[in-house]
Write a protein that binds this ligand. Structure first.
Ligand SMILES: Nc1ncnc2c1ncn2[C@@H]1O[C@H](COP(=O)(O)OP(=O)(O)OP(=O)(O)O)[C@@H](O)[C@H]1O
Length: 489
């Protein structure tokens, strides 16, 4: 089954709807690029056609397009290679043909991977680029001043209902879907501004019925909650794409969790081609969740849910009967069965990632096991206090890392000492709570040796980085990010 948003992605700028003047500006920018040689930032909400417009532009100009992700550390190498190749083949400065349009996604999220030097590196690249570059961003003002100043700017506005309806009508016509006008209008209304999600909804609805009526479009809030097992029955066995999607909204689980549940259980009922299709949708969902993690932009969640629920249901080729013993994902048994445990783990990983400049995944896989070994049962105490201070850990986090009970006085005392040492460090402006704590006793060193961290120097790096990079504004940023995240925990 083909994803309609991909199938109907505009291939030329004239097919990009609802943002006529932005579209014209983009064309103008490209046509005059030789004169100004500046990059352009195209910004706006998700699903309004920014990326599509950039690709369509390349197509219209006869340029190759290369898409990169700004938060990916390999980006710099790739750009250099592309620029280098183009220079070598003598296409630079030549006609417009042979150019490469560099499309850099998530330009507002360069420090999202805790890569503090990233924004500067990208700004430099943008300034030095020998090829036209389009930077894509949701939040223009999340980009650094320097980066914004180095670029022209074009805003894509939310796609109005009046522009969404004709796109839906066109898709219906090409797919042979019959519809009531009011149904398309309700769909456009419901997905206010977001064309991608309107097309996704249309596809889910059309899977199940010959004619789309206004009544099919549920616009009201749903207030029932559904259990995860009923949801699995819906998606895997019983319901079509649209009903499964609505069922997903009713389950009190995050899309990450839904993905894990479906991924582990769908092979119990699906076979061969339908399983392959289902995995295709799950892989797509995972891509969207990756974007959520990278950007903290939770509006991408709905695309993940579209894929997990509607996609997997639509992949089913024959009815599934009987009863299947669905179970929790094995992934959970390994990493903690309850939501609370996972949240705690992720909080600690995020703190480590933010403070030390690594990804959450490396924090979880490569740093946390060592911290756990080094501070097992809160021994040695000094090191445990220092860790709590360095990463702003509270009792439950300290208990989690050290494997101690969280209500013990021991943990509470450690957290209190950590708070005190943070306060002291703040007063002294000593550049990091861990500064005074690096001189740990022989016991610690012995433990570090056992954990084999000396060889890689990982642990040392974690703490040194904190002192070097932890400026006031970074702290403020971290706080913002955390308070935003708290809502979702
Ligand atoms: N303005 C538009 N005109 C036509 N189709 C659009 C438009 N906006 C979105 N679409 C449809 O939605 C899909 C997603 O659009 P696109 O990836 O360009 O959005 P985006 O603004 O770059 O979003 P994101 O920031 O989430 O990447 C396209 O493949 C296309 O099917």
């Amino acid at each position: 089954m083909v994803d309609w948003t991909e199938k109907y992605r505009p291939t030329t700028l004239s097919e990009v709807r609802g943002n006529d003047s932005a579209r014209d500006d983009l064309k103008q920018w490209a046509e005059t690029w030789d004169d100004h040689r500046e990059a352009v930032v195209v910004h706006g909400s998700p699903g309004v056609g920014k990326t599509s417009a950039a690709h369509a532009l390349a197509n219209d100009m006869g340029w190759d397009a290369i898409e990169l992700n700004a938060s990916d550390t390999r980006t710099k190498d790739v750009i250099e290679r592309v620029a280098g190749e183009a220079a070598k083949s003598g296409t630079l400065g030549g006609g417009t043909g042979g150019r490469k349009l560099v499309i850099m996604d998530e330009a507002d999220n360069i420090h999202g991977n805790a890569d503090r030097g990233g924004a500067r590196a990208v700004t430099r690249l943008v300034k030095e680029a020998t090829q036209p570059m389009v930077l894509i961003a949701n939040e223009y003002y999340d980009m650094s001043n320097a980066l914004r100043n180095a670029c022209q700017e074009i805003e894509f506005r939310d796609v109005g209902k009046r522009s969404i309806v004709p796109v839906l009508r066109d898709v219906c016509r090409r797919e042979g879907v019959e519809y009531e006008d009011a149904a398309l209008s309700a769909l456009a209304q419901k997905n206010a501004g977001d064309l991608r999600s309107a097309i996704n909804d249309l596809q889910a609805l059309a899977e199940e019925r010959e004619v789309l009526t206004e009544d099919d479009i549920v616009t009201g809030d749903r207030d029932t909650t559904e259990g995860i097992f009923d949801f699995l029955d819906d998606v895997i066995k019983e319901k079509g794409a649209q009903e499964s999607l609505y069922a997903a909204y009713d389950v009190d689980e995050t899309p990450d969790d839904l993905l894990n549940w479906v991924e582990d259980n769908v092979p119990k009922d699906y076979g061969r081609a339908e399983l392959a299709d289902a995995y295709g949708f799950l892989a797509n969902a995972d891509k969207w969740l990756g974007r959520v993690r990278a950007t903290q932009d939770y509006s991408y969640w709905r695309y993940a849910t579209d894929n997990v629920a509607a996609g997997v249901a639509a992949a089913r080729r024959e009815p599934k009967g009987g009863w299947t013993r669905y179970g929790p994902p094995s992934y959970w048994s390994k990493l903690g069965r309850t939501k609370g445990t996972r949240n705690t783990r992720d909080y600690v990983a995020r703190k480590i990632a933010e403070k030390s400049g690594c990804s959450m995944a490396s924090a979880r896989r490569e740093v946390m096991p060592f911290l756990a070994a080094m501070t097992h049962h809160c021994k040695p105490r000094e090191l445990t206090v220092a860790m709590a201070a360095a990463y702003d850990l509270e009792a439950e986090h300290v208990a989690f890392v050290t494997g101690s009970g969280k209500d013990t006085n021991k943990v509470a005392d450690i957290v209190a000492d950590a708070e005190a040492s943070k306060a002291e460090a703040a007063v002294e402006h000593s550049g990091g709570a861990f500064a005074g704590q690096t001189d740990v006793d022989a016991d610690v060193e012995a433990k570090e040796d056992t954990a084999e961290t000396d060889e890689t120097g990982d642990e040392a790096d974690v703490f040194v980085d904190e002192q070097e990079t932890d400026t006031k504004s970074d702290d403020a940023e971290d706080d913002d990010m955390q308070s935003g995240l708290d809502e979702f925990f």
